[in-house]
Write a protein that binds this ligand. Structure first.
Ligand code: NAD
Ligand code: WQD
Length: 334
């Protein structure tokens, strides 16, 4: 069985993926600088799986620390989740985003090279598609054009770095996963999305509104050319997404492979509000405000390639995600 290091492993997607990997018999170790996650996630992973993964509190910018970790670890595969991801913040602090995400990835890959680690799964994003003529994204489409923010460009640049690296070492195996909009929580209610600081994404904001920490949700625009006028996204349950990583590791192959991980079906902001209200039985206060700069009217995944090549497709619905989010919120309250 492969031994895996997950950078950013205590984060939202990393922690859910660690659980699925452990459930599938993999040995997984986690590395994180805890900038946007909490070490207590390890207790929750242990409660859920019965296994407490080894954890390194370390920064991917610290190459010496990485070197020591890899010298001990003898990993087969790295899943590289670590990164900063707040779109608005990346506009204000682009150099920090480029340094952390890009320099961090280059460090990591250099250390992987030194230690002969030849398999990498990278957390990319639908944002690399930029603006397209059609909202349904397929992996063969061009990327890097008209990306609206530095965060998104870090993902595009890292994809290009990985492609260049593979040219220099064709025996390297890299899988780039382009996530659409991850939401939801583990069904146990023990882990979920718990960002440090002010959230940017729709679901964490809905959660703060439900907790009374934010008075109401601002819906960014209802004048888009969609059925209800609000923007549409492909929201994917984080546990489905986590399982996508297990499938990616099982099917990893020489060269670079790229997969969209999404449901293939978009939902509007108003549909998300309605689903949350249905699951919670309570009204969610919101008001419609102007469009948010840089937002696309709609975007969703064509996820056929992942189904065809990885044998993976989503199983959970928006309603499942809302139920699990509310269950998680109830646990956080206790
Ligand atoms: P997250 O913030 O919960 O997890 C990322 C983790 O990386 C955090 O725990 C953070 O502390 C850690 N980290 C950041 N910089 C680091 C550094 N220099 N050294 C070590 N650790 C560092 O975010 P997430 O939602 O779990 O996202 C995981 C990955 O997936 C990220 O790369 C993100 O850009 C990408 N992604 C996320 C989404 C999304 O909407 N959540 C969508 C597409 C892609
Ligand atoms: C979703 C929808 C908003 C907040 C971003 C990144 C992308 C990826 C996922 C990492 C949009 C609307 C939101 C609010 C709202 N992340 N909204 N009121 O913008 O699709 O994608 O996160 O890679 O790269 O760009 O996600 O959750 O911010 O927004 O009406 O307070 O919710 O307009 O339609 P987005 P989001």
């Amino acid at each position: 069985m492969k031994k895996i290091l997950a950078t950013g492993g205590t984060g939202y997607i990393g922690s859910h993926t660690a659980i699925e990997l452990i459930k599938n018999g993999y040995e997984v170790e986690l590395l994180d600088n805890l900038f946007n996650s909490k070490v207590t996630v390890l207790d929750q992973i242990e409660k859920i799986t019965g296994v407490r993964p080894k954890f390194y509190e370390a920064d991917i910018l610290d190459k010496d620390a990485l070197d020591k970790i890899f010298a001990e670890g003898h990993y087969d595969t790295v899943i590289h989740f670590a990164g900063l991801k707040a779109v608005a913040e990346s506009v204000e602090k682009p150099l920090w985003y480029y340094y952390n995400n890009i320099t961090g990835t280059v460090n990591l890959m250099e250390v992987m090279k030194k230690h002969g680690v030849k398999e990498m799964v990278f957390s990319s994003s639908a944002t690399v598609y930029g603006i397209q003529d059609t909202p349904e994204c397929i992996e063969t489409m061009s990327t890097g054009g008209q990306i609206s923010n530095p965060y998104g460009r870090t993902k595009f640049f890292i994809e290009e770095i990985i492609k260049d690296y593979v040219v220099s070492d064709p025996s390297f195996k890299a899988t780039i996963l382009r996530y659409f909009n991850p939401i939801g929580a583990h069904e146990s209610g023990l882990i979920g999305e718990d960002p440090n600081g002010i959230p940017n994404n729709l679901m964490p904001i809905i959660m703060r509104v439900a907790q009374g920490k934010i008075p109401e949700l601002s819906v960014y625009g209802d004048d888009y050319d969609t059925e209800d006028g609000t923007a549409r996204r492909d929201y994917i349950h984080v546990v489905d997404l986590a399982k996508g990583h297990v499938a990616a590791i099982e099917h990893i192959k020489d060269g670079v492979s790229i997969y969209n991980l999404g449901t293939g079906k978009p939902s509007s902001v108003l549909e998300m509000i309605a689903a949350f209200e249905k699951a919670s039985g309570e009204k969610l206060p919101y008001k419609v405000v102007g469009r948010r700069a840089g937002d696309l009217p709609e975007i969703w995944a064509n996820a056929d390639k992942a189904k065809r090549e990885l044998g993976w497709s989503t199983e959970l619905t928006i309603d499942d995600a809302m139920r699990d989010t509310i269950n998680y919120l109830n646990h956080v309250k206790e």
